[in-house]
Write a new protein. Structure first.
Ligand code: SF4
Ligand code: SF4
Length: 70
């Protein structure tokens, strides 16, 4: 079970694509319609927080899941 989860607030996302470029696990893709970021592969997140740190619009939240055994 993955220990982390990630979400994007689409109200804040400006579709710059920086999170797509920086994520080592290819968690994000830009949506076709409006170009905003979607965490399509959130299960692969390793909690490095690089996306959170690089997002200029504070749209990304990285969660550490409670109760993960390992
Ligand atoms: S870095 Fe932030 S603003 Fe840019 S696409 Fe990702 S979530 Fe959206
Ligand atoms: S925390 Fe790291 S692995 Fe997880 S989505 Fe962000 S950049 Fe990708």
């Amino acid at each position: 079970m993955n220990k982390f989860d990630v979400s994007v607030d689409t109200r804040l996302c400006k579709a710059c694509g920086l999170c797509v470029l920086v994520c080592p696990k290819k968690v994000f893709e830009l949506r076709d319609e409006d170009g905003k970021s979607v965490p399509v592969n959130a299960l692969a997140c390793i909690g490095c927080t690089q996306c959170y740190q690089i997002c200029p619009d504070f749209a990304i939240t990285v969660y550490k899941k409670e109760g993960a055994l390992a």
